[in-house]
Design a binder for this molecule. Structure first.
Ligand SMILES: [Fe+2]
Length: 299
């Protein structure tokens, strides 16, 4: 399907980059790359020069999301759409363009409290970055590097930012009671064939982290299992073991990073076709699985 934008990169601020380095490289299986011109370490899961950028700071949270426009017309129309919706981006300077390895960047503060950067011309390498722990590689072509789920008290304005501003379309939504009297509402948005590039969760109060999780999709089903084994062997918390989501049908698990936010490694999600007729309410997160993994007795 033709599209204007895809998820280009995520920048995350963490207090202890060393712990995250091992997590992203040895557990998730991403390829470490060259640090940015600002000296920030980077990772990639494909040809792009950077997909994950780590900034050092106390927040342990999302620092910026980069949405890559597929061409100059898409860049201009995305910036114009944001401005028309009342979210006027400002042009990034040469230092920011160099740090993001892009030809153009326009920045706007999203209602959930962190910048969104609309970019053009994210630098590419001739070959995908080597990911020996994920031999089948990652699904990114025309879909961006994955998806991100953000929890926010500014939910309605964030939905407006995603739809009216970024031009995303709701894929479906989840409303379910997760505990007596406590409802979880999540809305899932697509901007290309990926079922959702961004999902927004309605936070009942200010949470310590806006970034709930970032998802990387493998081409091979077994690569999810191998990633699960690495997460388990590393002794990291696994809030959701292997399972399958009800809405996007993704087979996946979630591991908690040393910085608190979670990473979902998944495979086999459905893709969005146009016209999209699947927008409806779901009442459960998962068709099966995704229970928390509690380590058993040794031996
Ligand atoms: Fe997810």
């Amino acid at each position: 399907m033709s599209h204007s934008i895809e998820l280009g990169y995520i920048r995350i601020e963490v207090a202890d980059p060393a712990a995250l380095w091992a997590f992203l490289t040895d557990v998730v299986g991403l390829a470490p790359g060259e640090p940015t011109s600002a000296g920030e370490p980077t990772w990639s899961d494909d040809e792009a020069a950077q997909r994950v950028v780590i900034a050092v700071g106390p927040r342990n949270d999302l620092a910026a999301l980069g949405f890559e426009a597929v061409g100059e017309a898409a860049f201009a129309s995305t910036v114009a759409r944001l401005a028309a919706a009342g979210f006027t981006p400002t042009d990034g300077d040469e230092a920011l363009r160099r740090a993001r390895r892009v030809e153009r960047v326009a920045t706007v503060d999203a209602p959930w409290g962190t910048p969104v950067e609309v970019v053009l011309g994210l630098e590419r390498r001739p070959e995908p970055a080597p990911t020996p722990l994920v031999p089948g590689g990652f699904l990114t072509a025309d879909q961006g590097f994955g998806h991100v789920v953000v929890a926010t008290t500014a939910f309605d304005e964030s939905v407006r930012f995603a739809t009216d501003g970024l031009g995303m379309v709701q894929s479906d939504w989840l409303l379910t009671e997760i505990a007596e009297g406590i409802e979880l509402e999540v809305r899932f948005f697509h901007c290309n064939a990926r079922h959702h590039t961004l999902a927004l969760a309605r936070a009942p109060f200010e949470l310590p982290q806006a970034l709930h999780h970032v998802m990387f999709e493998t081409n091979e089903r077994d690569d999810v299992g191998h990633a699960f084994d690495r997460a388990f062997a590393a002794g990291l918390p696994i809030p959701n073991g292997l399972g399958r989501h009800d809405n996007d049908r993704m087979f996946s698990f979630y591991v908690a990073s040393p910085a608190g936010f979670q990473v979902e490694v998944g495979h086999g999600a459905i893709q969005v076709a146009r016209p999209w007729t699947g927008d409806r309410r779901y009442e459960r997160i998962s068709a099966w699985g995704h229970q928390p993994v509690v380590p058993g007795p040794a031996g």
